[in-house]
Structures are given as C-alpha cells and as structure tokens.
Write a protein of this length. Structure first.
Length: 112
C-alpha cells in the first residue's frame, strides 16, 4: 500500500472512502492503542467494502488536542504495519503545520 500526504480539505477528496473517527474518547492521555485501533478498524472496513483509496485526517490531532507528532507516528506506523488490500492510504492534512509534522514522521519512520 502506498502512503501519501497532501494539504487539503478532506471533504473535497475523490476517494473510495473518507475516515473521520475522532471523538472525545481519544482525548490525550494513555490511549495510543485506541488511536491505533481506529486506523486498524478503518483498514478492515475499507477491505470489506473493496475500497482501493481511503482518505484519512490526522485523527485526534486537531480539536481534540492529541500531540501532533505522536498522532502522526501512531497513524503512519499503524497504517504501514496493518495488512490491507488498499492501493493508497492518503492523509489529507488541513494545515501546512500538520503536513510538516506528518512529513517528518513519515521520513523518520523510513516510509517516505
């Protein structure tokens, strides 16, 4: 699966599915496994639906206040390690700052 990053508005993406799993249960603290599970389950459902391209936001790294670097690391690590039939996992990031954080995480994980 190819992992791509782009600056944009996720509601305007052309993809087979758009993920938005953020809710108050993902507020900071020691809930990394819950955040990772959001990505794992999104991939599972995408495979069940036969999706080829899925657009992801930076789940919980916006209004819910999860530290952006940690959210990026969890997202990218989980997506890259979870078996899936997807062709592309596209992270659509709303600000230049968030794009920079995800780009740095992608590079540091050796995925870029």
């Amino acid at each position: 699966m190819r992992v791509t990053l782009k600056l944009g508005d996720i509601t305007r993406e052309q993809s087979d599915a758009i993920v938005n799993a953020a809710n108050s249960s993902l507020l900071g603290g020691d809930r990394s496994a819950v955040l990772a599970s959001c990505y794992e389950q999104s991939l599972r459902v995408a495979d069940e639906l036969g999706a080829r391209v899925v657009a992801f936001p930076a789940v919980s790294a916006g209004i819910y206040g999860w530290p952006a670097g940690d959210a990026a690391r969890i997202a990218l690590t989980t997506i890259s390690r979870t078996p899936s039939q997807l062709e592309e996992a596209r992270f659509v990031l709303f600000t230049e700052d968030m794009l920079a954080v995800f780009s740095a995480a992608l590079e540091s994980l050796g995925l870029g």
